[in-house]
Structure formats: C-alpha cells, structure tokens
Design a protein around this ligand. Structure first.
Ligand SMILES: NC(=O)c1ccc[n+]([C@@H]2O[C@H](COP(=O)([O-])OP(=O)(O)OC[C@H]3O[C@@H](n4cnc5c(N)ncnc54)[C@H](O)[C@@H]3O)[C@@H](O)[C@H]2O)c1
Ligand SMILES: [Fe+2]
Length: 381
C-alpha cells in the first residue's frame, strides 16, 4: 500500500515492475472529465505500459456495465487491470476480472468463493473515502432485473497493490464526501458490533471511527484540506479491513434494498439508517456500543453502559446533521416496506453476524422510523 500525496503516480511504476505490459484502466466519466485519470494514464505510459480506458462505470454498477467492461478487457488484450474511482469502478473492475477468470456471468458468481480460477493482476486507486473496496474481498453488483444488489466474494478480489492518494480526492463534492464518509463509519460500527469481530478487527474499527468522528466534517467543509482527506482515506481503508474480516449488518442489508428501489446513494442511505438500527440494538448490544463510545471519546466516566451506548447514537445523529444529511428517508413508500423487510432479512440472516436479531416486525418498525413515520408504526410496532 502506497500512501500520501502523489502516491498514485508511484503505483504506475509498481504495476510495470510486476511484469504487466498492457493495462486496462476501469473508471467513470466524471473522473475522466475532472482529469483525475489523465495524470495516471500518462504515468502508466511513461512506465512503458500500453493503456486502454473503460470509463462507462456508473454509480452502483449493473450487470450490463460489467459485461461491456469485459468486452473491452478482452478486446484490449490487457494483462492487468487498474481501477481508479470510488467503490463503483473498483467493484466493476473486480467483477470483470472475476468473470474473465471463471468464464461465467456476474450473477453466476453471486456468493462466496465461486471464481475458481486465478484472476489477472489487479490494482486500485480509490478516489472516495468510503467503500473500503480497495482492501475488501467483495464486489457489489446491481441487477436491475430483480432490483437486487448482490456480492461476489472471493479472497482474490483484494487488489495486489493500492495507492491512497489524497490529491485525487480534493474535488470530491461535499455531498459525496459526507455520504461516503458515513459509509465508512457504518463499516467501522457494524464490524465492531459483529459477532465475528476479533480484538484485531475491533482495533481497526475503533481507529477508523475515531478518525471519521474527528475529520469528516472538516473534509466536508474544506475539500482541499489534504490532511483531512488523507486521514479519511486511511480511515475508510481501516474500516474496509475490519469489515472484510467481521462483515456488516442490518444497516447494509436494509440500504441494499433501498438503493436500487429509490436510486439513492449507498452511503447516504447507510448514514440515515445507522442511528435507527443502533436504537434497536440498545436493548441487546448496549455493552458493546458503550465500549465503542468510550473508545471514540464519547460520554463521561461513570456513565452506565446504556447512556454510553446512547451517546454513540447521539453523536451519529449530530454528525449527520452537521454534514447536512436529513434525519429520515422520505422516499420510502409504505406499500414497499413488506418487500424491503423480506429482502433485507434474507440478506442479513444469510451471513451477517449481527449482535442481536430482528424479527420482520422489528425490521418493519426500524424502516418506518427511518422513513419518518414513527406514528404509522403504532399498532404494528
Ligand atoms: N466492495 C465493497 O466492499 C463495498 C463496500 C461498500 C460499498 N460498496 C459499493 O460501492 C459503491 C459506492 O461507491 P462510492 O460510495 O465510493 O461511490 P461511487 O464510486 O459510486 O462514486 C460516487 C460519485 O462520486 C464521483 N466521484 C468519485 N470520486 C470522485 C472524486 N475524487 N472527485 C469527484 N467526483 C468523484 C463518481 O463519479 C460518482 O458520481 C456501491 O455500489 C456500493 O454498494 C462496495
Ligand atoms: Fe458500505
């Protein structure tokens, strides 16, 4: 892992040193237009590599975008892939190399360890501080046919080398900075509360959460603050390392249903859902939440565990407000809630090591509150 301003340019030489001769850059149109990609392409060429660019990735990449990328990957003859972008280009690139190795379509790789054959050398330069995808085993793909997001999970999908270069993040709009930073905080908190967490993964979660509480608002306010950008890039990466070990929980399970349905960004949904899911955990996981609150410097000595746990939720609601994020997701339609709950629980109860379980009834109440309809939950709540 290379870090620091300008480190992405050093990665170009490292890719050449790994023996690749021809590389496909996977990115999106916005990053090409903002000229985030051009200096890296130049550096790759100067390192002696042939370069082609696939820039059709869109937020929450779909199966058809991945198939188009695979076509270009094959036509280009590239022997290595470099993803430059947020979670969307990094995940699209992961799905592309997984499909190329296995000879199967993305939806056939839904689940764990189905790739089966070695993937080509893969590198990443994150341009958001959020998904942590640069260090995780997962690629999240959207299927507009079913309205679902699914994950291709394989150890080989962790990039061989990564550059965390804050220079590339200075143009990230404030709204995206807020949403992606809160995605990283959600990774840190859900992985901390996971029953699969270890002392080592909890240390990573805590380091990430502390840095996000400390620096996210500054990066949101002043996007050109390189120190805050570097801190968040590192925090997002640490949270990625924590959750690729200990997984996520109900916040992600619910957000994954709402994203495709209402076309809202992943981090934005996580940010708003997080305090409502933690409200639910107060009864079953207060001591872990209290521990995390103390580690983040929240609450006061002598507070009982439930008050400390509540102080974590208060701090998240305050941070959301400070970042201009709304307290509720008004787009959630009452008529959709039963299906959202069914799908979220199917996702969570498949593999997520949540600290305490929700019934369908509990989950519907959480979604209703997050929709700003606490009153409507009466009777059914
Ligand atoms: N694989 C994983 O482990 C994992 C974890 C969490 C989320 N995800 C997935 O990642 C995706 C979301 O990724 P994301 O939140 O990083 O956002 P993104 O990649 O979708 O990017 C969001 C927007 O920000 C723009 N952008 C990105 N970097 C920029 C920069 N430096 N300057 C200006 N604009 C920039 C993009 O062009 C895009 O319009 C979702 O599909 C989500 O499901 C994956
Ligand atoms: Fe996430």
């Amino acid at each position: 892992m290379l870090t620091g301003p300008g480190s992405s340019l050093e990665l170009a030489q490292l890719i050449a040193d790994c023996g690749a001769r021809s590389v496909l850059v996977v990115t999106d149109r916005v990053l090409v237009e903002l000229e985030v990609v051009a200096p890296l392409v130049t550096a790759l060429k100067e390192a002696g590599l042939a370069v082609s660019v696939f820039s059709q990735v869109e937020p929450d990449p779909t199966i058809s975008i991945i198939l188009a990328g695979i076509e270009q990957l094959r036509a280009s003859g590239a022997t290595a892939v470099l993803a430059i972008g947020g979670g969307s280009p990094i995940d699209a690139a992961k799905a592309m190399i997984a499909c190329c190795a296995s000879g199967r379509r993305p939806e056939k790789l839904d689940g764990y360890f189905k790739v089966g054959a070695p993937v080509m050398p893969f590198f990443a330069v994150p341009t958001t501080a959020g998904s942590g995808s640069e260090v995780t085993v997962a690629a999240v793909v959207s299927d507009p046919g079913t309205g679902r997001k699914f994950a291709i999970v394989d150890n080989q999908l962790v990039p061989a080398a990564v550059a965390l270069d804050p220079n590339l993040m200075v143009g990230l709009p404030a709204g995206v900075t807020a949403a992606t930073g809160m995605d990283a905080l959600t990774h840190a908190i859900e992985s901390y509360l996971s029953t699969l967490a270890t002392p080592a993964s909890r240390a990573l979660s805590v380091a990430a959460a502390r840095a996000i509480f400390r620096d996210l608002q500054q990066a949101w306010q002043n996007g050109r603050d390189i120190h805050a950008r570097q801190s968040l890039a590192k925090a997002s990466c640490l949270a990625g390392l924590a959750f690729t070990r200990a997984s996520v929980g109900y916040v992600h399970a619910i957000a994954h249903q709402l994203g495709p349905l209402y076309h809202l960004p992943h981090g934005y949904l996580n940010a708003i859902l997080l305090p409502y899911v933690l409200d639910f955990y107060l009864d079953g996981a207060a001591s872990r939440m209290a521990e995390l609150a103390r580690a983040c410097g929240l609450g006061r000595d002598g507070d009982d565990p439930r008050s400390l746990a509540a102080s974590l939720i208060v701090a998240i609601r305050q941070l959301n407000a400070d970042l201009g994020l709304p307290p509720t997701i008004e787009q959630i339609a009452e008529a959709d809630i039963a299906e959202i709950v069914k799908r979220a629980l199917a996702e969570a109860h498949g593999t997520y090591p949540v600290p305490t379980y929700m019934s369908a009834h509990d989950c519907a109440a959480v979604v209703r509150r997050a929709a700003g309809r606490a009153m409507a939950a009466k009777g059914g709540d």
